[in-house]
Design a protein around this ligand. Structure first.
Ligand code: ZN
Length: 159
């Protein structure tokens, strides 16, 4: 296991469309392990492979009671709407309000190559949308309906 370096906005990797995983090799399993460790270490809600410099369709999302590993994820159903706060480990100290579905169902492969579906609401739903956007080169700042001012961010952080 190893902590991975998280690339920041401005790095061209974050703007590329990632390729699907065609075979779950030991290298992919290692990447999943390292991404989970990096996510836990960074206190984030989710992490996508391009954020650690790997252009593959892989993301990990912390759903509170478990960290779900998503290989080749696709959103297959959405419901409702929410306008809530969002941030990104690759865009430090920037927070914005995004317009996302309230409930999102994702289909993906697990590390054994088995297809599964997972449904998230509220923060989990935002996180699924956010991480899947990363796989297509989109950042939350592209679609935020409002970016918080520095004063608002300071207040948010309790400064
Ligand atoms: Zn992000």
């Amino acid at each position: 296991m190893a902590l991975l370096n998280i690339v920041k906005e401005g790095d061209p990797t974050l703007r590329k469309v990632c390729r699907p995983v065609t075979e779950i090799t030991p290298r992919i399993l290692q990447l999943l392990d390292d991404m989970v460790e990096t996510l836990i270490d960074s206190n984030g809600a989710g992490l996508a492979a391009p954020q650690v410099g790997i252009l593959r369709r892989i993301a990990v999302v912390d759903m509170g009671d478990e960290i779900v590993e998503l290989i080749n994820p696709e959103i297959i159903a959405v419901e409702g709407q929410q306008q809530e706060l969002e941030g990104c480990l690759s865009v430090p100290d920037v927070w914005g309000i995004t317009d996302r579905p309230q409930k999102v169902t994702v289909k993906a492969l697990n590390r054994f190559g088995e297809e599964f579906t997972v449904t998230g609401e509220d923060l989990d739903a935002r996180c699924f949308c956010h991480e899947l956007d990363h796989l297509d080169g989109h950042l939350f700042t592209d679609k935020a309906i409002r970016i918080l001012t520095p004063d608002e961010v300071a207040e948010l952080k309790g400064e």
